[in-house]
Structures are given as C-alpha cells and as structure tokens.
Design a protein around this ligand. Sequence first.
Ligand SMILES: C[S@@+](CC[C@H](N)C(=O)[O-])C[C@H]1O[C@@H](n2cnc3c(N)ncnc32)[C@H](O)[C@@H]1O
Length: 572
Amino acid sequence: MPTLDWIGKKAVVNHHRDVSYRLIHCDKDKSVGDPDAGNLLVQGDNLEALKALLPYYAGKVKCIYIDPPYNTGNEGWVYNDNVNSPEIKAWLGSVVGKEAEDLSRHDKWLCMMYPRLRLLKEFLTGDGVIFISIDDNELHALIMLCDEILNGRNWVGTIVWKNATDNNPTNISIEHEYIVCFARDKTKLPKEWKSSASPVREKIQEKAAQLIAEHEGDLLGLKSAYSDWFRENKPYLWPFQEYDEIDTDGVFTGSRSVHNPGKEGYFYDIPHPRTGKPCKMPLMGYRFPEETFLELKAKDRIIYGKDENKIIELKLYINEYKSKLPSIYELDGRRGANELRSMFPDAKRTFNNPKPIELISELISFVTSGDDIVMDAFAGSGTTGHSVLDQNSKDSSDRRFVVVEMDAGIASDITAKRLKKAVEGYERTGRNGSKTSIPPLGGGFRFCTLGEPLFDADGNVSPAVTYPDLAAHVFFCETGSPIPRRADGSSPLIGTFQGRAIYLLHSADAIGVASANAGNVLTAAMLDSLPMPEPDFAGARVVYAEGCTVPDDRLSRHGVTFKQIPYQIEGL
Ligand SMILES: C[S@@+](CC[C@H](N)C(=O)[O-])C[C@H]1O[C@@H](n2cnc3c(N)ncnc32)[C@H](O)[C@@H]1O
C-alpha cells in the first residue's frame, strides 16, 4: 500500500511511546451533577491526556469523534484552526527539533496528528469506530494517515456533509466538508448500521400528533391540514420529503417494494376497491403471498392508485423508519453556532463553527447504545458531550463521554459551562429574544486536569503517585487492559486477566527503596501470603515490587514472575 512521507515523520512515528503517563486530577469545583455518571472533561493537550487516560480506557471506547484543526491557514479564529498555536509550536520544536522551523503547515499538521491518532486507535473496542471531521485542506493526507495507522482495509466510508450554500463568484462553490470513518477492525462491525433517531422525524411526529388531536373524527380535515403543513415545510424535511400522507395512525409514505426483485414471485389478482378490476401487477409478481396481502389489507396497510392502472403500494409509517447512514448528509452548518448562541446569548466570546448536535447525535445513534463510551479528543465547545446526553435522553440509554480540550479558557468558559447547562437544563434564547425552558438532560461530569508524570526524570515513581494510580498503571502495562476495579491497597492482588493474577507491592513511604518493612519487597514470607484470586487458582502470577529476595527456582515452582519497579513496567 502506498504510504505518505513528510518532513518530521521520523520524529513522530514512535513519539506516542515517549509521552509521559501523567496523573489525572479531578477539580470538584468545576465538576457538575453526578460525579459517578462516568463522564469526563479533561483539560490539557490531548497527546498527554490520551496517554494519561489509556490505563483506564484502552480498548473500551466504542466511538471516537474528532474535529481536529482543518489546517485552513486562517489565524483569526477564537480557537486556532491551524497548527501554529503556541502549545503545538512548542511541542513540535521539542519533538521534531531544529527541523521543525522549516516545516510547511501540512508537515506540521501531519506531525501533530500522527501520534494522536496512534494513541486514539488504542482506545477503540474491537468493534469500535472513529469519525473524523475534515475539509479539503487535509482530506487526502488524513485518509493516507488513517490507512497507515488504522489500516486501509478498515476504512468504512467517507461522508460528504453538505453544510453550506456558497453564492460567491468562484470556480467551484465548496458547499461541503467530510467525515471520514475507520473501524478498529472492520470485520467486527455489524453488517448494517440502522438508527431510528432523527430530529426531523420527531418534528414531523409532533406535528402529526397535534393535528390528529385537533381533527378527531375528521379524516379529510386531517389530511388537508397535514398536506398544507407538509407543502410549506418540505424543503426542510430531508430525508422525509416522501412522507406526505397521514391517517389516524400517523404520517406515512407509500413503499413501492411490493415486487419480487430478480426472480418470479407470487401472481394473484388484487381487485381495485373502486373499479373492482384487478390492479396492475409487478412484472415479476408480488414479493409476498396472497395471505400476507390479505393480512396487510385487513390492517389498512394498502395504498391503491386512483384506478387499477397503478401497482399497489404499502403504507410505511414514519415511526417504522430506520435510517441508514448516507454518504451524503445535508444539514445547515450554521445550526451549531445558533445552538451555542441560544445557550449563551450574552457571551462576548463565541466559538466558531461548533458542530450541530444533530450531526453528532446522528453518528452516535448509529454506532453506540447502552452504556457505550464516546470519546472526543478535540472537544471545542463540547458538542460531542452534549450530543451524548441528548441522545441518551432520546433513546433512554446511558452512554458516557470522555472529551479533551487543550485551551484552558475554552475548557472552563465554554465546554464546561455548556455541558453544565445541558446537564442542569437552561433557558434557550431565540433570535427574536424569545425564551424557552430546556429541561435538564441529567447525569453529570468530572472536570479533570493533568498532573505530574508518574515517573520522574530518572525513571522513578513520582512521590505524588498513590497506590490506586500505580496499580491502574501497572495492570494496564502488564495486560494492555484497564484495571477491572480500583485497587485501594488493602490487598496486593490488583486484578486478574486471562488467567493471570497481577500483584503490586508498593509503599508511598519507600519509593525507590526496597524495604521489606515497608512491604515493597517480594520476600519468602510475602510469597507465601500472597492471596489467590480463587481457592484452586493455578494460573501464572506476576508480582511488581521494588525488590525480590526469593530465588528464581522457588519463584518458578510457585508459578510466579517478579518484575522490578520501575524498570520492568513497560507501557505502550
Ligand atoms: C475544530 S474545534 C472542535 C469543535 C467541536 N467539534 C465543537 O463542535 O465545538 C477544535 C478544538 O480542538 C482544540 N485543540 C486543538 N489542538 C488540541 C490538542 N492538541 N489537544 C486538545 N485540544 C486541542 C482546539 O482548542 C479547539 O477547541
């Protein structure tokens, strides 16, 4: 497969390994609602944040959505939509070295993206997917990058999002951007994605319910009122422009899929209710037998033409609609900014080009359910977190979000405040100043910042690291999987993984010093007292400690491997 090369690539391909694992601190004052809802907003550079989150979330995230800088070269935005932000410049200088001064903006963008995507991959579940928003500036580079990091065979598709109308004189009016989708392993994806979530559908259903109530016992009046409303709103009803009929069961369209595709189906006459003559039959016959037709007829699911010259259709009610994720998606891009403005009508500082909730909710609704985790490493105004809460309220799910924003001002003043409003409810201000009360979506989130590295410059465990922190880290490094439950130090057994028991002997009072008295040395007595995960456990046991006084042959007789802290803790 062709690969992409650029100046600085060599310096970044393995850079994710050199990034320090850091502690994560929770800021209670900026956290909101239920801290145990499982949602996190982390303020920090996502490279460090992702590395810090890895021991807790590796292989656990079902859907990642990212909206990285598009690298348009436009400097005048509230957030830097380029790779010249001071943080990224400093990072490039330290990682790429002197060469960084000569990088083009495309080289810089690739240097920035490579290690981040490399880490993001590690978070995905086997059947997880990543969606990446991008425009023409870096689409080609992004796809090649993903081909390399996630493997070209895991490309799921690229959505063209038609988000704008450009009436300026130009050669080709650019009225779209893209959302690239890759799977961690495409063979593990379900055969098809279907979602019943659609805000447009909800609007139509709301209107239908209102009209059905208003026109009780008057079917003609109901049809005419719906028809007027439909005609007026048709331009905004995509993809429901065919749902132009209503009865007391709701809005429906006619489905022409009565024919048998490809081969001969069932042949029988269906008399037209008015003329009594047999209706025109599909060329290859009907796809269902006559009994099924009679059942559908009894349920009033058949639509006849005005006479027998039209093939029958089936009523397809809007509440049965299961949408597919189309490669062309139409939604006005200004929607996101309007949503944010309606939440913060007095804000002086706005955020440019937030994504619409509808867009992200739609993606989430196709690929996640239950308590799946959704991650966004370029959180911006927090649309992804908001969309997760929004989608949960629509389909009564418990999805969780983990989002990261580098800019401290944005994280505190925009992302956290927006998510707080979403959790607690707020008053939406319309363009004309009208106020609507928006109910709370519930839940909550922890606001976190990044602390000191787990290991100091000499490679020793930092004194700030607590037993639970180190246990989570050791377990992850040993197994590649997050620790099953928080280890509080009451037992040296921190968890089991695939028939292997992992132990940690660590004392915050004796870091870097092997001391049997402090309990951080594997002695013969300690070996005999190590608790078994279960009475007849016969699997391998791995013990992390500062030192070991038990001879190797005795360890192997007990099925124990000793690994010395810090040298033998090998992370990603
Ligand atoms: C295009 S915006 C995302 C907008 C977001 N999707 C929304 O709907 O509001 C990109 C965001 O990523 C942030 N960002 C850029 N580089 C980052 C990094 N290295 N780590 C974390 N966040 C970063 C920027 O500060 C900006 O807020």
